[in-house]
Design a protein around this ligand. Structure first.
Ligand code: CP
Length: 315
């Protein structure tokens, strides 16, 4: 049996990513057409960090696929504290069809995948947020058409999970991905190297710059994320504010004006108006953030359906 997981964006090949996006668009058009969890089969959805959208989309999506979501508060399960990751996984995997986990270190979800006999899905770690990027790519595809050849600019913290997942996910899609970030907040070198290697095979490209205008100029999609990621709250005072490192990368109408005239604006949410984005942009005509938030549902359903199908096909 070849068990399939989504631990990082590049666990999907370029063709598989396209197939998942096709599936997500089909599920959006016909939400109850796929009943792969009929039974109902249970999917365990564990959260070691706060959430709204991810929990909502997995709970709704698993129900629409005919299954039952078991949402577990990480404070209760205390994975790796009360009980080892291995033992938690051994227990879960005997009863559920898949495991979804939002946690801290990527090493934790990689360890879970070693013991799981069902698909494991990364619902955000310190390094990656692959479900979010699939929803973002779906949203760009809806608004701008075929992804290959389009330019996606991400401005803000280049060292966070969103930057890493944009690099990998957009490169897989054959996009030109630019990250505008201060030199002290560069993506992890090994992730950057993977993105560059993927782009070389898909016709995409990767640019890292400390110039926000250079990042955004002519872009088809402009994205940002909050400047204090989950787990970085202690650094919040250094990161926020007009004197902080990310202030020049805030998405203002002036910065957005450098993008293509029909560029879309993306934000994974929650957003902080007046910090990483101006209200005039996120609440303005180029913003597609509410489509993006809805598309979490369709993309996550497609991921679960794809991984279960692939794992069963090889069993
Ligand atoms: N964008 C995102 O992952 O939202 P939540 O943190 O609310 O799940």
């Amino acid at each position: 049996m070849t068990l399939r997981h989504l631990l990082a964006d590049d666990d999907l090949s370029p063709a598989e990513q396209g197939a998942v996006l096709d599936r997500a668009l089909a599920l959006k058009a016909d939400p109850f057409s796929d009943r792969c969890l009929a039974g109902p089969q249970v999917v365990a959805v564990l959260f070691d960090k706060p959430t709204l959208r991810t929990q909502l989309a997995f709970a709704t999506g698993i129900a629409q696929l005919g299954g039952h979501p078991l949402v577990v508060d990480g404070n209760l399960a205390q994975v790796g504290v009360r009980e080892s990751i291995a033992d938690v996984t051994r227990v879960l995997t005997r009863q559920v069809a898949a495991i979804v986990w939002r946690t801290f270190g990527q090493d934790r979800i990689v360890e879970m995948s070693r013991y799981a006999t069902v698909p494991v899905v990364n619902a955000l770690t310190d390094d990656y947020h692959p479900c979010q990027i699939l929803a973002d790519l779906m949203t760009i595809r809806e608004h701008r058409g075929d992804l290959a050849g389009l330019t996606l600019a991400y401005v803000g913290d280049g060292a966070n999970n969103m930057a890493h997942s944009y690099l990998l996910g957009a490169a897989l899609a054959g996009m030109h991905v630019r990250v505008g970030t201060p030199s002290a907040y560069q993506p992890k070198p090994e992730i950057l190297a993977r993105a560059r290697a993927i782009a070389a095979t898909t016709g995409g490209s990767v640019l890292i710059t400390d110039d926000p205008v250079a990042a955004v100029t002519g872009a088809d999609a402009v994205a940002t994320d909050r400047w204090v990621s989950m787990g970085q709250e202690a650094e919040s005072g250094d990161r926020k504010g007009e004197a902080g490192p990310f202030a020049p990368y805030a998405v203002s109408p002036e910065l957005m004006a450098h993008a293509a005239a029909d560029a879309v604006f993306l934000h994974c949410l929650p957003a902080y108006r007046g910090c990483e984005v101006d209200a005039a942009v996120i609440d303005g005509p180029q913003s597609v953030v509410w489509d993006e938030a809805e598309n979490r549902l369709h993309a996550q359903k497609a991921v679960l359906s794809f991984l279960l199908e692939q794992s069963r096909a090889d069993s």
